[in-house]
Design a protein around this ligand. Sequence first.
Ligand code: 5GP
Length: 236
Amino acid sequence: MTDRQALYEGKAKIIYTSSAEDELILHFKDDASAFDGEKVEQLARKGEVNNAFNAFVMEYLQSEGVPTHFIRRLDARESLVRRLDMIPVECVLRNRAAGSLTKRLGIEEGRVLEPPILEFFLKNDALHDPMINTSHIRTFGWASAEEVEAMRRWTVRVNTLLKALFAKADLILVDFKLEFGRYQGELYLGDEFSPDGCRLWDAHSLEKMDKDRFRRNLGGVVEAYLEVAQRLGVPL
Ligand code: 5GP
């Protein structure tokens, strides 16, 4: 592909234009970052593992009726997706307390959250992705009331599907983040689903198998991602 242009370069991904105007190419990099880019490292093979992992999860969700932007994997590091008009809101679903929730509310890590908690964050690096509510989303026009309701419904549905999928691989889906966008008037799941944007614990040892290994300097980051992929049967 010679005529493609990088539309966006983040820490872990580059988004390129493709030959079709309504499609984009996601390029998964080996870079890992945390704490608003304060900690950045190259982790060999992370890009290809996340590309394969994301393809596996997106295809599974699609097969279960979730509308996603995913079209197909192009090669080891790249996938073709529909070009969405992204909603600047991160939808976080939590089955157990971890991360920012434990700090914000003083809840002990690992506590089962029943019913699960759904939170919204504004996607804004300069403001460090502040937590927002549906009232902010409506008043500032980031999404319509119908879109908020659809994001909520699809996030809960994705949780039901993935919690069961990961449980079969002896993994607890602790929490995850989703992003949505519009395509031809409909809401679609966008971005990526990989261990960079969710928390996964071994069901027996409760060992962390996700990006917290990187955030907390636990080592074996890509090894854990590979183990998760292998347990799920992700072709690598
Ligand atoms: P927390 O709010 O505890 O930091 O994150 C909750 C969940 O959402 C975690 O699984 C975390 O990985 C994911 N998450 C939250 N914000 C981001 C983000 O900006 N990028 C990525 N990749 N994941 C995020």
